[in-house]
Write a protein that binds this ligand. Structure first.
Ligand SMILES: Cc1cc2nc3c(=O)[nH]c(=O)nc-3n(C[C@H](O)[C@H](O)[C@H](O)COP(=O)(O)OP(=O)(O)OC[C@H]3O[C@@H](n4cnc5c(N)ncnc54)[C@H](O)[C@@H]3O)c2cc1C
Length: 283
């Protein structure tokens, strides 16, 4: 198993922020996961996917990290009813795989730069769909660190949230193929174009910084309306393409990021009495 020590965490998140990691384990299969049970058991051990929704503090992460990005990538059709994906598979690969077999419902995942495991943890979504819409079963590592297959009904999920009671990590997932929904060949391309036109997809960011406060109120529109779209702190600034994306110009630190988050939260609260909740995970 690959193990890295004293390495900069900037390499492990898409906003390129963070001090050094003490140690990162990269298990590649189930037996390697079992081999690091004692590491995973520790309360402060953190699971890492592709780091597309994470920033790390400038002092670094002093506890153990386990990255599932190198977990053997398996993606297959199971009969005519299911798609199987392991946690390390990228959301884009899953979307393209479903598209290749004319399976509807996965197009929104194209352009989300995370792993399937991270997407399950965040209940990632776009264009009116969320990953848990398609789930039938998941294999989890439970709090006793056994691998257990659980039905979707064992989880409560909502906008960018899933209950993790007795779950320490998602290992793989069986998606249900929706036979009632119609496959639209151009939808994946349509979503991809929409994303490129409205989001800064080629800059250092971590996607949306805040959750939308209500279904009909987007954090981005609120920031724009409140004339905060040109706000910057140090090396981190509000994207001029999408106000809920913060960009690292290359010199940004976690301190800059947290200060900018605070400035926006305080201002939005003063102007609208709305508390913006963070979507990004900062450790
Ligand atoms: C350009 C850009 C566009 C984006 N667009 C969207 C979008 O449209 N919709 C959307 O929802 N998000 C979007 N995101 C945010 C991000 O891509 C998603 O939240 C993604 O699902 C995170 O996956 P990850 O593998 O990168 O997880 P990470 O960022 O590595 O981790 C996120 C959280 O999940 C946990 N975690 C990771 N893997 C596992 C696992 N196997 N088991 C248990 N916990 C785990 C981590 O501990 C952490 O708490 C975007 C980000 C970027 C940079």
């Amino acid at each position: 198993m690959k193990i890295l020590k004293n390495i900069s965490l900037k390499k492990f998140n898409t906003i390129k922020i963070g001090g050094p990691a003490k140690i990162i384990y990269f298990p590649e299969n189930h037996s390697e996961i079992k081999a690091i049970k004692n590491i995973l058991k520790k309360k402060k051990t953190l699971i890492l996917g592709n780091g597309s929704n994470i920033a790390f503090k400038d002092v670094g992460y002093k506890n153990d990290l386990v990255c599932f990005k190198k977990l053997k990538k398996s993606l297959s059709l199971i009969g005519t009813n299911n798609i199987y994906a392991s946690a390390g598979v990228s959301c884009a690969k899953l979307a393209k795989f479903a598209h290749r077999y004319d399976i509807p419902g996965f197009e929104f995942l194209y352009g989300i730069p995370g792993t399937v495991g991270g997407a399950l943890r965040m209940n990632a979504g776009a264009f009116g769909s969320e990953i848990w819409d398609n789930v039938q079963y998941v294999t989890i590592l439970d709090k006793k660190f056994d691998l257990v297959k659980l039905d979707k009904s064992k989880f409560n999920f909502s906008y960018r949230r899933v209950s993790m009671r007795n779950t320490s990590a998602f290992i793989d997932v069986f998606f249900k193929i929706n036979k009632k929904s119609k496959f639209k060949k151009d939808l994946l391309e349509e979503f991809s174009k929409k994303r490129k036109n409205t989001q800064p997809t080629n800059q250092w960011s971590s996607g949306c910084i805040f959750k939308n406060p209500k279904k009909n109120i987007s954090a981005s529109a609120l920031i724009d309306k409140s004339e905060l779209s040109k706000t910057r702190y140090g090396g981190i600034y509000v994207s001029n393409k999408h106000c809920n994306y913060f960009i690292n110009d290359g010199s940004g630190t976690c301190d800059d990021l947290e200060k900018l988050i605070k400035i926006i939260q305080v201002d939005i609260y003063q102007q609208h009495k709305i508390k913006l909740e963070k979507e990004i995970c900062i450790y």
